[in-house]
Design a binder for this molecule. Structure first.
Ligand code: ADP
Ligand code: 5GP
Length: 192
């Protein structure tokens, strides 16, 4: 028989390069019954990124049309590109009692917080801005100009972490994964 409990909505934010994608990938491997929403973006794919797996890559025109049609749960502009969360997919999963993770930036997290106050907001922080810079440089996905833009944005984002219910430090990866997993399990525990 179908359960009527809605899935939990987890919002994971934090500066670019802090390790959100890395930590979430580990969570998805370790915990069942939780899925990550695939966003729509106007950013160009990085080498190795797959349409429909990492993002749904689209044009600015198509993105704006989707906004008009109310297809996004939230959307935002980040360092010159548009990003949005498909509302239908997320609501479908939640209605099937599947937990959903949104990996989104802070303006989007604010929109989710005001529309879905029950959502659990988690901020992932770096040990330092220097470490963040090293991680972004090592990832080698950004031009020097975009890297500088993402780092200056990071300072602003760090000043807004107080609006999140949880902060997870991503210094040691295993510990960060465990902290996020503990948050997921504790939310599930409340249902029992
Ligand atoms: P985000 O999704 O937040 O932009 P990524 O998950 O792409 O960040 O991680 C940025 C880079 O930092 C990647 O090269 C990743 O392998 C590395 N990284 C992530 N977590 C750690 C960690 N705890 N220690 C060292 N490097 C890490
Ligand atoms: P990237 O270009 O590094 O993939 O993503 C840049 C930023 O956009 C990251 O902070 C990422 O979490 C965020 N992002 C990805 N998808 C969405 C989305 O659907 N909505 C919002 N608001 N931010 C997103």
């Amino acid at each position: 028989m179908a359960s009527h409990r809605l899935g939990h909505l987890f919002v994971v934010s934090g500066p670019s390069g802090v390790g959100k994608g890395t930590v979430i990938a580990r969570i998805l491997e370790q915990i069942s019954g939780i899925e990550k929403s695939i966003s729509v973006t106007t950013r160009k794919p990085r080498p190795g990124e797959i349409n429909g797996k990492d993002y749904f890559f689209t044009s600015v025109e198509e993105f704006k049309e989707m906004v008009k049609q109310g297809q996004f749960m939230e959307w935002a502009e980040f360092t010159g590109n548009l990003y949005g969360t498909p509302v239908k997919w997320v609501k479908d999963r939640l209605s099937k009692s599947i937990d959903v993770i949104l990996e989104i930036e802070i303006q989007g997290a604010k929109q989710i917080h005001s529309q879905y106050p029950e959502a659990c907001l988690i901020f992932i922080s770096p040990p330092s801005i220097d470490t963040l810079e090293k991680r972004l440089k090592n990832r080698a996905t950004e031009s020097a100009e975009k890297l500088a833009l993402r780092l200056s944005k990071a300072n602003q984002e760090m000043s807004e972490k107080h609006m999140f219910q949880y902060e997870v430090l991503n210094d040691n990866l295993d510990e960060a994964v465990k902290s996020l997993a503990d948050i997921v399990y504790s939310k599930r525990q409340v249902d029992k």
